[in-house]
Design a protein around this ligand. Structure first.
Ligand code: MEV
Length: 313
């Protein structure tokens, strides 16, 4: 049996903007999707035992099958191969946490092990990028890169098609965050397409927003390097405002952001594709983290309390 894992992630700065070549900052979290793969008699049989938002697995089933087809092709494996694939792990299947990329990385690693193929991380990352197209249409590559390598990183898509710019960042110490799930399954592909279309229709408005998003990424990087947590929080708040302006937030995301800020979070924003999915709040220290997490739980939303900047690699 072959086994593999991939990390989940939160985007601190730049989701959606990264698709268009703006830099972003992403942190892997210490929750993984795990996969086990065994050669089978016939077909591709997926048993998905992840804890998910209601309807997540059903909604993503076709995209998951397409992602596996894409993966086999990218790995040069006969598409008629028969495999039993199990997917599980500690990363919940909530939209926004890179669950699709984490599962692609996990499955690709498990397939490689089952078939005795030596596949380097760089190739796993490329394979997962191809698989991500099934979920995101035109992905930037930030999710699969975080899922493959872990850690905290600066990511800039190479719009000319060459290797993306990926730099590992380190911070003084990991910082507590709270992730709140709206419980709504989001269609990343539709969200990414929506932004591209609005950008095409309103170039002036969108260019101004995209320029500020780029500055924010640089300011966010400096704040992380100086470990200026108040500043990181303020910039996250501003990033959320930009995401509202490009129409990827939602009523529930705005509510979670508000609750987190009112409880004292240093900053809060949607994370990932938006339109549902998750919010992340910067909550340094266990006490603040617990306070924000409880307030969100008390409203009936699911919560994941974790840290950014944990050395996963
Ligand atoms: C999804 O986690 C992040 C998006 O920017 C899509 C992508 O970068 O591929 C919305």
């Amino acid at each position: 049996m072959g086994k593999g894992s991939g990390y989940g992630k939160v985007i601190l700065f730049g989701e959606h903007f990264v698709v268009h070549g703006v830099p972003g900052i992403v942190s892997a979290i210490d929750s993984t999707t795990d996969a086990e793969v065994k050669k089978a008699q016939s077909g591709i049989n997926v048993k998905d035992e992840r804890k998910t938002a209601k309807g997540y697995s059903e909604e993503k089933r076709l995209q998951q099958l397409e992602s596996i087809e894409r993966m086999l092709k990218a790995m040069g494996i006969d598409p008629k191969i028969a495999l039993d694939i199990w997917v599980g792990g500690t990363l919940p299947g909530f939209s926004g946490l890179g669950a699709s990329a984490a599962s692609s990385v996990a499955i690709a690693r498990a397939i490689a092990q089952e078939l005795n193929m030596k596949v380097a991380d760089e190739k796993i990352n490329q394979v997962a990028y191809e698989a991500e197209k099934a979920y995101a249409g035109n992905p930037s590559g930030i999710d699969n890169t975080a899922a493959t390598y872990g850690g905290l990183m600066w990511f800039r898509k190479n719009m000319a098609g060459g290797p993306d710019k990926v730099e590992h960042l380190s911070i003084e110490a990991p910082v507590e965050i709270v992730i709140g799930s709206t419980g709504k399954v989001a269609n990343t592909k539709a969200m990414v397409e929506g932004v591209a279309e609005r950008k095409r229709k309103n170039p002036q408005k969108y260019n101004t927003i995209f320029k500020r998003a780029e500055e924010l990424a640089y300011e966010g990087r400096a704040a992380l390097e100086f470990y200026n947590l108040k500043k990181i929080g303020e910039l996250m708040n501003e990033n959320h405002r930009l995401l509202q302006e490009i129409e990827v937030s939602s009523k529930e995301l705005d509510l979670l952001v508000d609750v987190a800020r009112k409880q004292g979070a240093y900053g809060a924003k949607l994370t990932g594709g938006g339109g549902g999915g998750c919010m992340t709040a910067l909550t340094p220290g266990k006490e603040l983290q617990g306070k924000v997490a409880n307030a969100i739980k008390n409203l009936g939303f699911e919560v994941l309390s974790t840290k950014i900047g944990v050395q996963t690699t």
